[in-house]
Design a protein around this ligand. Sequence first.
Ligand SMILES: [Zn+2]
Length: 161
Amino acid sequence: MYISYRHAINSVFVSTTMILFQLKCEHDHEFEVWFKDGATYDAQAASGDLCCPVCGTSNVCKALMAPRLRTSRQKEVAAEKQRQVAVAEATKAAITEIRKQVETNCENVGNKFAEEARKIHYGEAKKRGIYGEASVKETVELVDEGIDVHALPWGDDTKKN
Ligand SMILES: [Zn+2]
């Protein structure tokens, strides 16, 4: 996983080894959470770390990908609003989780991110997960070269440091 973040724009760049899970709580609130892999989901689900962002219950499971039921307009609006809140909360939780994973498992290469990501991509450096700072221009160049780099907001506590 190659990751770079840039405090100024509050973004983190992450490679695409994440899986999006559609989850559902015991009260039928559906929300989406990104996980590094299926094992990460299983571990978090088993330890009760996963909470419904709407009602807070930890009784959640993978939702079946069933077609959406037709609902009344009012219900639709309420559901959409709820969904947006849920997505925002789940995204924030996922980012916190990603950050934890990244800081534990990846090497901080600081402002040498672009250079290191390139070296790893072209086999000139050991294959490993890295994170660090990169400018938007550097990131665009990496993407142009086919290096798998993605952006995510880095989270509020970074700004306070
Ligand atoms: Zn719920």
